[in-house]
Design a protein around this ligand. Structure first.
Ligand SMILES: Cc1cc2nc3c(=O)[nH]c(=O)nc-3n(C[C@H](O)[C@H](O)[C@H](O)COP(=O)(O)OP(=O)(O)OC[C@H]3O[C@@H](n4cnc5c(N)ncnc54)[C@H](O)[C@@H]3O)c2cc1C
Length: 619
């Protein structure tokens, strides 16, 4: 807080410019500031004449990047407002499994005798010689500066988590470490959560064991939370030059079906209470984009991969989405995208085949205890044995071996024996596997029509015997009536599917009948000449027959805004946008899966943002 004396002394930049009788640009130049607009210019550019709220650092998003960024900036003495569109903090972070890939010489690695260093980590993260089991390069297209910054800061970020209340299982770090092949040391740490799904932990995963302690720390240190507000625009002095000034956000309360009361966060201390439809927040030092990526925005994600049409759902929904708003707002003021190849390389679990069917949201396994269950509507049915069913495309045809895995994301430390950094022989040591279930699922078929030639949804087809084998209860809330259908005849079943909101073409009943008849013959024959499903076991013959939603889920965003080693956002001319920072899944140049990079970039960005000059106090 500033003293009254200081407040009196301070005159706004606008008043200064108006009173001085000289050109704004000249004044700014004399003061070593970027050119400032006149009031009329500001109005024309849409820059607010009045700010509803202000802080030194405004963090956009309260997930794996935003919470560390906010704490770090506050630790460095900055006042911080964290703007979050959701009713609750945590984003994808609080939903996650609590596995945290952080290495480079952490205290946990040292304690368990694991040798690691920033140099070793950097070499791993930029090793050109590593390819995944489907031949896709893991690290080749990373930005080397961004990786160096990660390598140099990961161990510190790990200690920062401990200092802010996160407790990890006291076991040696594991081999996952971001799910890649070229890993020279075990780097995965495990935060635990054994209390299940609840308002405190919407998905009941280990992520709550990380982000609840970080939230508590942020609140106790004085970070203020503006929940239920979606950042829509970032203001910059002029559209393509000058520093960032603040943001505009709109009110986005979340309601459960049939309720007119907005959902409430688990904790409320430190929440800023507002219900205005739009608010402006001045950022005196910096803005940190920590909005979690773009994979929930159909048009934006199709910039990278045109196959990803609307039927593909997103792993964190319906709790938290990734709508590309951070990227779009930053691009509107000149920011560049970066490292886009990483998004299209078919590896690292970017798009996943799930082992749940029959509900819209198949990733999280939403249970009735979760506060978002009324939005998720169904738990889904867990598939224990892929022999029990067939998968068909939107026109009722099989497209791949149902038991197949998808793109690789389960590879790890020790997978490549031996792994020698930068050794061309690494690629020779890979046991290549096609792993292209996803490609087949996304391929055009007879139902693909103009303009997108979308592959459409994938359906699991099975019969009453399968329900018994898997011990499924197929009634709601285990299944969703718009994503799960049954009928006594296959033709009738195919006709039911058109009730699904993502179904664009009617599945021909004759196709489904022919597919099932052929599959039953394949079971009798004992060999699958179409897709070589190993020893197909069960016929689909006992009514009722079922069709359960089984479409792919998108998991990660691997491309985003161009940043440098300080997490400053860089524009299309290669220049830093003063005061603008980004980290996590909204940042580009990094192929590493998961929260390790997000936490580390939040840590870096928070640190840097707090050290920016304050633009209105300079006068
Ligand atoms: C189910 C699941 C399990 C996972 N398991 C693991 C795991 O075990 N280990 C691992 O390392 N990684 C895991 N991940 C991935 C990891 O959680 C993410 O990579 C990480 O959370 C991304 O961090 P982020 O800060 O970029 O985005 P998020 O954590 O998603 O945070 C972004 C936040 O920004 C908010 N936001 C978005 N737009 C706006 C806007 N315009 N204005 C205001 N707020 C906005 C969002 O609501 C969200 O709260 C998992 C992810 C999911 C979904």
């Amino acid at each position: 807080m500033k003293s009254d004396k200081k407040q009196q002394k301070r005159i706004s930049r606008r008043e200064f410019v108006r009173g001085a009788g000289m050109g704004a640009a000249a004044i700014a130049g004399a003061l070593g500031l970027p050119a400032i607009n006149t009031e009329a210019q500001q109005r024309a550019a849409g820059i607010p004449q009045k700010w509803d709220l202000e802080a030194d650092v405004v963090v956009l998003g309260s997930g794996a990047t935003g919470l560390p960024a906010a704490i770090r900036a506050r630790d460095a003495g900055a006042s911080v407002i964290l703007v979050e569109t959701n009713y609750e903090v945590g984003g994808h972070g609080i939903l996650n499994g609590g596995q945290v890939p952080l290495g480079g010489g952490t205290s946990a690695q040292k304690k368990h005798g694991i040798k690691d260093s920033p140099d070793l980590l950097f070499q791993d993260l930029t090793d050109w010689s590593v390819v995944e089991t489907n031949g896709m390069p893991e690290y080749r297209f990373n930005d080397r500066g961004v990786q160096r910054a990660l390598a140099d800061n990961e161990a510190q970020a790990f200690e920062f988590l401990l200092e802010n209340g996160v407790v990890f299982a006291d076991i040696p770090p594991g081999g996952g470490g971001g799910h890649a092949i070229g890993i020279s040391a075990p780097r995965e740490n495990y935060a635990k959560w054994d209390k299940g799904q609840s308002a405190e932990s919407p998905r009941g995963g280990g992520g709550a064991g990380i982000y609840r302690p970080l939230e508590a720390s942020a609140r106790s240190k004085g970070v203020r939370f503006l929940l239920n507000y979606h950042m829509d625009a970032i203001f910059r002095e002029s559209p393509a030059s000058g520093r960032v000034l603040g943001i505009q956000a709109s009110y986005t309360p979340k309601f459960l079906p049939g309720s007119s009361t907005p959902m409430k966060s688990f904790r409320s201390d430190g929440n800023i209470q507002m219900t205005a439809l739009t608010v402006t927040v001045k950022a005196k030092k910096a803005i940190i984009v920590a909005t979690g990526g773009s994979s929930g925005n159909v048009n934006f994600r199709r910039i990278f991969d045109p196959r990803l049409t609307e039927e593909l759902q997103l792993a964190g929904e319906p709790f938290s989405t990734q709508d590309a708003s951070g990227e779009i707002a930053a691009m509107a003021i000149g920011a560049s995208l970066w490292g886009t190849a990483n998004q299209t390389l078919e590896r690292n679990g970017a798009i996943r085949k799930r082992d749940l069917v029959g509900a819209q949201y198949l990733y999280a396994g939403w249970m009735p205890d979760s506060p978002v269950f009324p939005l998720a509507r169904a738990t889904g049915l867990k598939v224990r044995d892929w022999q029990t069913l067939i998968l068909v495309n939107q026109v009722g045809k099989r497209f791949y071996d149902e038991t197949a895995e998808g793109w690789p994301y389960g590879t790890h430390y020790g997978f490549l024996k031996p792994y020698n950094q930068g050794d061309w022989r690494n690629a020779r040591r890979i046991k290549y596997a096609p792993n292209n279930f996803q490609d087949a699922a996304l391929a055009p078929n007879e139902g693909s029509v103009v303009p997108d030639f979308s592959a459409g949804p994938t359906w699991a087809i099975f019969d009453a015997d399968a329900v018994k084998r898997e011990k499924w209860d197929v009634r709601p809330p285990f299944t969703d009536p718009l994503f799960f259908f049954s009928a006594n005849a296959l033709r009738e079943l195919a006709a039911q599917i058109k009730k699904n909101p993502f179904t664009k073409v009617e599945m021909p009943g004759a196709n489904l009948e022919a597919t099932v008849a052929r599959y039953n013959a394949i079971v009798d024959f004992g060999y699958d000449p179409d897709f070589e499903k190993p020893t197909p076991k069960y016929k689909i013959q006992t009514p009722p027959f079922y069709a359960a939603w089984a479409s792919l889920e998108i998991h990660d965003t691997y491309a985003g805004l161009r940043i440098n080693m300080k997490c400053q956002v860089v524009d299309m001319k290669g220049q830093v946008i003063p005061g603008l920072y980004c980290g996590g899944e909204s940042a580009g140049g990094c192929s590493q899966h998961g929260q390790g990079r997000c936490i580390t970039q939040g840590y870096i960005a928070g640190n840097q943002a707090a050290s920016e000059p304050s633009w209105d106090e300079k006068l």
